[in-house]
Design a protein around this ligand. Structure first.
Ligand code: DGL
Length: 264
């Protein structure tokens, strides 16, 4: 029996899922959250489906040991590789995140959308299945953002190396006439200012953060699990590496935040 004031559990291979945490706590400010950053094992994108599933199970077990009432897999790579297994294994509601190619397909005028994601996401069966539901007239230009997660994890999101990699990955998509760019990794919203400089103002940059927050609200409502307290939520973060980058990304004076380094 889960109680309404128990926390929402969120995990990612690292600090990127905090972009989702921000959307959730903006929409649902009175919810308590526990975030797990498995930074020691990042990136997941280069690992096998089996390994990604094993790590996801370890992460969920940790969050459930803290009595979380709902789990958010704030990682496209973990969702696209393991969500089916996770939902079979656990009875708690589990929400995943997938690249927003469907909304992009509705918005494109050039019938060409670009997606930047990890190798693990782009090679997954779930991504292939979703891609096959898109109107056949639309071309999807897929690009692996190799190295981007590592740079963000090590606090180098604004480095010259990042700029170089982003130009290398995005410029070819522009030549192909892409007018919507899907960010298929929860780390990438932190790169939007740099990406905007490369693509200019006419390209739409689309991520799934807001949609996941709305879905979280719907599922909590459906299971009668919304926190009915009127006070602001408290937020605990666990990370199995140095907490420096994480703290820099979530710094927000209006929220009650505690960050703990822990070996899990
Ligand atoms: N934030 C993860 C995602 O959304 C990063 C994956 C990785 O660790 O490679 O895919």
């Amino acid at each position: 029996m889960k109680s309404n004031n128990f926390s929402i559990g969120i995990f990612d291979s690292g600090v990127g899922g905090t972009s989702i945490w921000k959307e959730i706590t903006t929409l649902l400010p009175n919810e308590n959250t526990i975030y797990l950053s498995d930074s020691k094992n990042a990136p997941y994108g280069e690992k096998t489906k089996e390994k990604i599933t094993e790590l996801s199970i370890k992460n969920i077990d940790f969050l459930l040991s803290k009595n979380c009432k709902l789990i958010i897999v704030a990682c496209n790579t973990a969702t696209t590789n393991s969500i089916k297994k996770l939902r079979e294994k656990y009875s708690v509601p589990i929400i995943g995140i997938e690249p927003a190619i469907k909304p992009a397909a509705l918005k494109t005028s050039t019938n060409t959308i670009g997606i930047l994601a990890t190798k693990g996401t782009l090679n997954s069966e779930l991504f292939e299945k979703t891609s096959n539901t898109i109107n056949k007239e639309i071309t999807i230009k897929e690009t692996v953002g190799k190295g981007l997660v590592e740079l963000i994890e090590s606090g180098k999101k604004d480095s010259p190396k990042m700029k170089e990699l982003l130009e290398l990955y995005i410029k070819p998509m522009l030549i192909e006439n892409v007018d919507c760019l899907v960010l298929g990794c929860t780390h990438y919203p932190y790169l939007i200012p740099q990406i905007r400089e490369i693509v200019g103002k006419n390209i739409q940059i689309i991520d799934s953060g807001e949609a996941v927050a709305r879905q979280t609200q719907n599922i909590l409502e459906k299971h009668f699990l919304l926190n009915l307290n009127s006070s602001n939520g408290v937020h605990e973060f666990y990370i199995n590496k140095s907490k420096e980058t994480l703290e820099r990304l979530i710094k927000d004076d209006n929220k009650s935040i505690k960050v703990l380094e822990k070996n899990f």
